[in-house]
Design a binder for this molecule. Structure first.
Ligand code: PHE
Length: 357
């Protein structure tokens, strides 16, 4: 699959007792559902990213393209999973060889991110588990991992102990996230166990008549920080399953639907990209640009994304946005797109007081 340099022959080796990857699993590698515009997993991922960006502007580094093929060291050892833990068994995890697995959780990336100097990060990706078959279980699903570090200066400024501060911030952050996703629902914290956090919690919300587990989290085990060269810091970590949340939020009745070619999931018709560059004015905001794009394109506007930004010696700042146009139910003609893009250019210049380049 894409995103791995291994061939099918290297990944699927029937009869090799150190390998239990099947063809069905191999075909899922590199599918990147969480990075497809319009796919419910990608929509949910972006809602969560926006929440963190609003809460802590420019703090969280995001990674959504890390290879799911990881060492047992990353997947287990570095997050302190005990030698005899069931998740290490060939019955629970897909092994490529004795020391290489398809990650069974995004926690596999905690240590490498910490060693890379990241202090606030979100990692989204496909994870793989051998499991039972029903409407909510599938051997490939998607998780998002979040980690935030605190330094002595942080907890001293707050007049708190480091662990207490990490726990308090963790709970406030995740309660805010649950509220963003589900509105004002009843929530409860349940004590639990994870090898990599202490204390450890699950957040549950009361939704449509039942308590639903939303995520697992906790204060990061200090040993992980010590091993990653951060002995003086404290941290929190959480991991959440995107399918589980998306099924509830978007009323998706069966987990297999995420993998179908249903146009609601893939965007069946091709997108068309147009770039627009201009010198911004002091009053320019991205939301104003988006209003202009919506006025001209209606629902044909799928995404407006800043792809380049720089300031020249005179202090003028240039932005380049890429606009994706796509219909949910038909192919668009070049003529139609060009007409819309012309209208966007005209309104951007006339209404937003910017100078087109
Ligand atoms: N990795 C855990 C899981 O897959 C979730 C988790 C992540 C819990 C980070 C605590 C901290 O269930």
């Amino acid at each position: 699959g894409q995103g791995s340099t291994l061939t099918r022959e290297e990944l699927v080796r029937e009869g090799d007792p150190t390998n239990n990857v099947s063809d069905a699993i191999f075909t899922r590698l590199g599918m990147q559902l969480h990075n497809r515009p319009n796919h419910p997993l990608s929509i949910l991922k972006n809602v969560i990213y926006s929440y963190f960006d609003e809460r802590c502007p420019k703090m969280f580094n995001k990674f959504d393209n890390l290879s799911p093929i990881v060492s047992t060291k990353m997947n287990f050892d570095e997050v302190l999973v005990p030698a005899d833990h069931v998740s290490r068994s060939y019955n629970d995890t897909y092994y490529i060889d004795q020391e290489t697995v398809l990650r069974c959780h995004t926690s596999a990336h905690q240590a490498e991110m910490l060693r890379g100097g990241n202090t606030h990060f979100l990692v989204t990706g496909d994870v793989y588990r051998r499991d039972s078959i029903d409407a909510t279980h599938y051997p490939v699903f998607h998780q998002m991992e979040g980690v935030r570090l605190f330094t002595r200066a942080d907890w001293e400024a707050a007049g708190m102990d480091g662990i207490a501060m990490a726990e308090k911030d963790l709970k406030e952050t995740l309660e805010g996230l649950a509220q963003r996703l589900f509105g004002s629902v009843e929530m409860r914290w349940v004590d639990t166990y994870f090898p990599f956090t202490d204390p450890s919690f699950e957040l549950e919300i009361f939704f449509q008549g039942e308590w639903l587990e939303v995520l697992g989290c906790g204060v990061m085990e200090q040993q992980i920080l010590v091993n990653c060269g951060r002995p003086d810091d404290k941290a929190w970590a959480f991991g959440l399953g995107l399918e589980r949340l998306a099924m509830v939020l978007f009323d998706i009745p069966d987990i297999r639907l995420f993998w179908t070619d249903d146009e609601r999931f893939t965007g069946q018709y091709p997108p068309c990209f147009k770039d627009i560059s201009f010198w911004i004015s002091d009053s320019f905001t991205e939301n104003n640009l988006c209003e202009v794009v919506r006025a001209a394109a209606g629902d044909l506007a799928e995404e407006v994304k800043l792809i380049d930004e720089f300031t020249n010696k005179q202090g003028m700042t240039s932005h380049c946005y890429r606009i994706a146009y796509r219909s949910m139910d038909r192919s668009l003609t070049d003529e139609e797109i060009n007409r819309i893009q012309e209208a966007v250019r005209k309104d951007v210049e006339g209404k937003l007081k910017v100078t087109l380049r």
